[in-house]
Design a protein around this ligand. Sequence first.
Ligand code: PLP
Length: 442
Amino acid sequence: PQPARSTAQSTAGSAALFERAHAVTPGGVNSPVRAFNAVGGTPRFIESARGAYLTDVDGNEYVDLVCSWGPMLLGHAHRDVLAAVAEAAARGTSYGTPTRPEVELAEEIVARTPVDKVRFVSSGTEATMSAIRLARGFTGRELVVKFAGCYHGHVDSLLASAGSGLATFAVPGTPGVPAASTAATLVLPYNDVEAVRAAFAEHGDDIACVITEAAPGNMGVVPPAPGFNAFLAETCAAHGALFVSDEVMTGFRVTRSGQWGLDGAVEGWRPDLVTLGKVMGGGFPAAAFGGRADVMAMLSPEGPVYQAGTLSGNPVATTAGLATLRLATDDVYAHIDKASLLLQEAASASLREAGVPHLVQSTGNMFSVFFVEEDVTSVPNFEVAGTQRVDRFRAFFHAMLEQGVYLPPSAFESWFLSAAHDDRALDKIISALPAAARAAAA
Ligand code: PLP
């Protein structure tokens, strides 16, 4: 039986599991942000999820605004996805051979995105790592340009911080990454056209690719300035470099293709390579990179650039992804877009009412609330994002959690909605906002 819900949440079960986890796992978690280090308190150990809701091991229910950090576009435990997965699993879970679902998922992805061909991997990290290798193999060049605040997974060469000054070579962003791994990475400020021009003026003949989040969601949501992605695509083309658009987070989430549906498809340009993950795995470990046919032809076994994976294109994962994408119709996106706008306005109204300076930024249905001071009128890059009052976010986060709303446990993340966020779920969030805003003001 479920424990009776008291007004104060019990977290005894989560706390006990966290303690056991600490004994056998560094920090008690398998991915750092889950440890609640940025907000403090006990991370909730989730027992089950359905639709828009999570239930933790103590029986507390939360409206979920994390959606597994993006993948659960349709909500949790969607009946048709589960049925497809059960059927696939019953046929065996991995063969190490080519299979039908991976062909069908590849066809679906090629139909929805600007890629000619696609290769499956098991995580977004693998996707960006492989895309970088392919870009270097194709161009015969080594330098990679990335932007501060863009996260592309834990790839050595992309775990780089900006060196001092513009257009200097990067330094490792973590112990364990050799200086040599980031020595060929240039880190530039996001949305800064002049910095990109300067980098190409100095190093243009040596740049293999520019990689960017199609719309950054990992420093909070920082939309590309109008024309910024087009400018990157053009600049790369002019210098014989490749433009790698990382749509791991935005792909199949902000439109039926991704961020490209909001800019490239409208403006008439295509990235050379795209990385994908999250939604396309339907909650399973599946990711991909794809792009121009001539570039993808460089990939093993067709070409000389090596890349492989025991579980790549796994039949259960690709079945889940295919079922998810087939159910992700225009109506689904219209619903999520509308829900997102409603929440953005409600969050802003509550914070305004409580006198808390803030800024809401979005790209399509992905949005985040920046707890920046009054004089900040836009967050165009990582430097400005870093001026947030994280103490205010912390108070806001815990007040929401106490009221049964599960926000991302960091101020530098997007909030994610799903097709399962119906009026009841949205009402629960909206009615929790005023108290959380007051907590942030205190
Ligand atoms: N690229 C982007 C834009 C991401 O948001 C992420 C993960 O959040 C990754 C790459 C890495 O994906 P994964 O966590 O599956 O390795």
